[in-house]
Design a protein around this ligand. Structure first.
Ligand SMILES: [Zn+2]
Length: 230
């Protein structure tokens, strides 16, 4: 069994934590690995490869698409932002990566409707993100969504601070620590989630940044509402 936080940001996007701090904290919390999922960039990977030691690093990206964000895990090259969601998913799959929908039922973070999710070839649902407001409520909602969609569940910290790395993680029954085996195990639903919500201290710190990014893009968000797949 591997304990991996599948949703971690670094200062290469909007986290306050360096790659070294993230890796050190993951080790301190006893994780086997992390997925680095910065917003629309994979620049942290070069530092992570140098610093990882025996920690598993899953290369990833939180990709902004016209219909909402996706987590791309196990990719080799970044997927550019602003694509239609189906195009972005195809590009992830063409790199043998997998697609997880992060924080799927929280209105301010995700606007992809269930009927849309049902038509998309996604590989899993993030049932718990440690930065979620009302954690119990959204955990239940997300698990019910995953059950209805018959999709595996995962968890991640969505960490934007070093202290919150590993607050949530996925327990993966993988036959080895190879990334391909880990991704296969996730796709097969050999996952459980381990989680506690991050402290409100950190949720409050990140709130202004979220509000600014939403205010910056009011027009762009109109495209979410269209919610077209193709
Ligand atoms: Zn995130």
């Amino acid at each position: 069994m591997l304990k991996i936080d599948l949703h971690v940001h670094t200062w290469y996007s909007d986290s306050r934590a360096s790659v070294k701090e993230v890796i050190d904290e993951a080790r301190r919390k006893g994780l086997n690995g992390i997925a680095i999922t910065d917003h629309n960039t994979m620049d942290a990977l070069k530092d992570a490869k140098r610093l990882k030691g025996n920690l598993i690093i899953i290369p990833g990206e939180e990709v902004w698409t016209c219909q909402g964000e996706i987590l791309a895990l196990g990719i080799r090259k970044p997927i550019r932002k602003g694509l239609r969601i189906m195009d972005a998913i195809r590009r992830v799959h063409s790199q043998n990566g997998i697609v997880i929908i992060p924080h799927p039922t929280i209105p301010i973070f995700s606007r992809i409707k269930e009927e849309t999710l049902r038509k998309l070839p996604i590989d899993g649902i993030e049932a718990f993100s440690a930065m979620t407001p009302l954690p119990r409520y959204f955990l239940k909602k997300n698990i019910n969504l995953a059950l209805r969609l018959k999709l595996p569940i995962v968890a991640g910290s969505d960490s934007h601070f070093k202290e919150t790395v590993g607050d949530a993680y996925t327990i993966i029954d993988s036959k080895s620590s190879c990334i391909e085996d880990i991704l296969d195990a996730i796709k097969l639903g050999k996952t459980k989630i381990g989680c506690k919500p991050s402290s409100w201290k950190f949720k409050v710190k990140i709130a202004p940044g979220i509000m600014i990014s939403l205010l910056k893009t009011p027009l762009t968000y109109k495209s979410y509402l269209a919610n077209r797949i193709y």
